[in-house]
Write a protein that binds this ligand. Structure first.
Ligand code: THG
Length: 260
């Protein structure tokens, strides 16, 4: 599992405050702690309240880079914000994200090639997230067709079926698990899949339990990456255990102690 740490996001009040006051230590600590806990990359999102997303993205990337060399997943809806981040984020960067609108995809794929980045493409369009598995699968096909047309390597592509909160969209969730396996049949090599894990438990009481239960089920269904909280030790332990049971990890003793 490719773990993308979710904690550097202006959605969190603490991060929004750190961005406002240019508190580099708080951001560097969040980066260091997530990397130490096993994150393979870090999501970087200026948050919904940013008055100047380009400036804030550049500051966040520069600040993280001043302490740590880890791939960054630049999370914004505006291509210009992502591009300014890509100019300084370095190798292994991930564009997060494009929707499945062919014109936006072509632009995002061209940008990914230019900066040797990979790209997360969402199975949604300007009208929003489709309710059903079939429509999402159709959008995944559009994503793969556009990649084929533009010569964009499927190996540099992540498809995100867009997890919705369980309390508004419970019937969709078994659809998502089925969709993960459908996606494997769409192309050879198969596109890799990614989800924003914490979306699923927004508005719920037992957030961590829901997150880790879904993650285990999704890993068994073939999920390759998740934007998630690597500091949630029970989540990371459940993940390692699932990978061990699926024979994806060789050393059983490498399971982290949960420490509580
Ligand atoms: N797909 C892709 N990128 C994404 C998402 C996705 N990026 C953003 C998001 N979804 C993934 N990251 C988060 C980060 C935090 C939360 C959910 C998803 C979260 N935050 C608390 C909340 O909203 O309740 C904030 C609580 C607080 O303020 O402390 O749940 O799906 N490609």
């Amino acid at each position: 599992m490719f773990v993308i740490g979710e904690l550097i996001n202006g959605m969190y009040a603490k991060v929004a405050a750190a961005i406002r006051s240019k508190d580099a230590d708080t951001i560097r600590a969040l980066a260091r702690d997530q990397a130490a806990a096993g994150a393979n990359a870090l999501d970087v999102n200026v948050g919904p309240a940013s008055a100047d997303p380009v400036r804030d993205m550049v500051w966040l990337v520069t600040t993280i880079r001043s302490g740590l060399n880890i791939p960054l997943c630049l999370d914004n809806t505006k291509p210009a914000v992502i591009e300014e981040g890509l100019k300084i984020s370095g190798p292994g960067s991930i564009i997060n994200s494009s929707n499945a609108d062919p014109e936006r995809l072509r632009m995002a794929m061209a940008m990914a090639k230019r900066y040797k980045a990979s790209l997360i493409a969402l199975t949604m369009d300007a009208k929003g997230v489709p309710q059903d598995r079939e429509r999402r699968l159709e959008m995944a096909s559009v994503i793969l067709e556009t990649a084929a047309e533009t010569g964009f390597s499927v190996q540099d592509l992540w498809i995100d079926p867009v997890l919705m909160p369980i309390h508004v969209a419970q019937p969709q969730l078994c659809g998502i698990l089925g969709l993960l396996s459908d996606l494997k049949g769409l192309a050879a090599p198969a596109p890799r899949t990614v989800v924003g894990l914490s979306n699923i438990s927004q508005g719920a009481q037992e957030r961590r339990l829901i997150n880790r239960t879904f993650l285990v089920m999704a890993v068994a269904g073939g999920l390759e990456a998740a934007i998630m909280d690597p500091l949630d030790t029970e989540l990371m332990a459940a993940l390692t255990t699932a990978e061990m049971i699926l024979n994806k990890k060789i050393y059983c003793d490498s399971i982290r102690k949960t420490g509580r």
